[in-house]
Design a protein around this ligand. Structure first.
Ligand SMILES: [Fe+2]
Length: 286
């Protein structure tokens, strides 16, 4: 029995960048890292499921590497739509797995049971995600290698509609290929994703899929609204996955990482509106 953590959608920006000015993303990630290091159920490793930085520049990745370097356990990265593969590789030269396969940052982690498989949904320059035949073929081959070993897939874009319309419009292009493959491989215990800055879960292709909340800003729970997207400082969090193994499998918990604020940013009528009151910490940050 052991735990591993999933944190996602850090959107690290430089101090003058919008994400840092509005949501203090770097500071929140530092708080999340301290939280994970201090957990009594110390995670064996940490999955970082994309949108690691906000603009994809080298400076942002250098700051990210500095913050994640404080983790006292191994961590693994995949890209989200805000990321740049080449800049990620430059910033994390010790992470050889980022070389990936055919240019995509897809890899397996074999050190633990369950086995972990990373998928790369990035389409450079676009908010939505894609699993092209090349990426899906690779997944199908990997799953065929060890059909009896419990396996967890992790990726940035969730492979299901969430009801958050504006996020769904920037979601995974087509999930049919992934559904077809996962259905044929009963060893898949879960599919873990990010992108939507909320905890959401559903039955998926014979397994369970879920998304993790963010360590800074969340997407407001606003179901069915066509145009409106609000980013809100609900309590920052990540997921703490508990591997019980055997018939008990994987159990996933929300773990609040600290640094709770009030304040809101709203996307409405085609533009961002930032007339919310100044961020007021309800829990002091270090
Ligand atoms: Fe994203």
């Amino acid at each position: 029995m052991f735990t591993f953590a999933q944190i996602t959608d850090f959107h690290i920006s430089m101090p003058e960048g919008m994400a840092d000015r509005t949501y203090q993303t770097a500071r929140h990630l530092r708080v999340a890292v301290a939280h994970l290091n201090g957990l009594p159920q110390r995670p064996e490793f940490v999955l970082c499921t994309g949108d690691l930085v906000d603009r994809g520049g080298d400076e942002e990745y250098a700051l990210l590497a500095d913050i994640l370097g404080q983790l006292t356990m191994p961590f693994y990265l995949i890209p989200g739509n805000h990321d740049d593969r080449a800049a990620m590789r430059r910033a994390f030269p010790g992470h050889a797995y980022l070389a990936g396969h055919d240019g995509f940052m897809q890899y397996t982690i074999e050190a633990w049971e369950p086995r972990l498989i990373a998928l790369d949904t990035l389409i450079p320059g676009e908010p939505g995600g894609r699993l092209c035949p090349q990426r899906l073929d690779w997944l199908h081959e990997r799953l065929g290698e060890q059909p009896d070993r419990p396996t967890i897939i992790f990726m940035h874009h969730p492979p299901f509609r969430t009801g958050l319309t504006k996020m769904d419009n920037a979601g995974l292009e087509d999930n049919a290929g992934l559904v077809g493959i996962v259905r044929r491989h009963a060893q898949v215990e879960a599919v873990l994703a990010g992108h939507v800055h909320r905890f959401i879960t559903r039955r998926f292709a014979g397994t369970v899929a879920m998304t993790a909340p963010g360590p800074a800003h969340q997407v407001d729970l606003n179901l069915g609204a066509e145009e409106k997207l609000s980013l809100i400082m609900e309590p920052p969090a990540g997921l703490l996955h508990l591997w019980l193994g055997g018939d008990d499998g994987l159990v996933s918990h929300v773990s609040y990482t600290g640094g709770c604020y009030q304040g809101v940013t709203v996307f409405a009528d085609g533009q961002w509106i930032r007339d919310a009151p100044p961020l007021a910490p309800s829990i002091p940050l270090p």
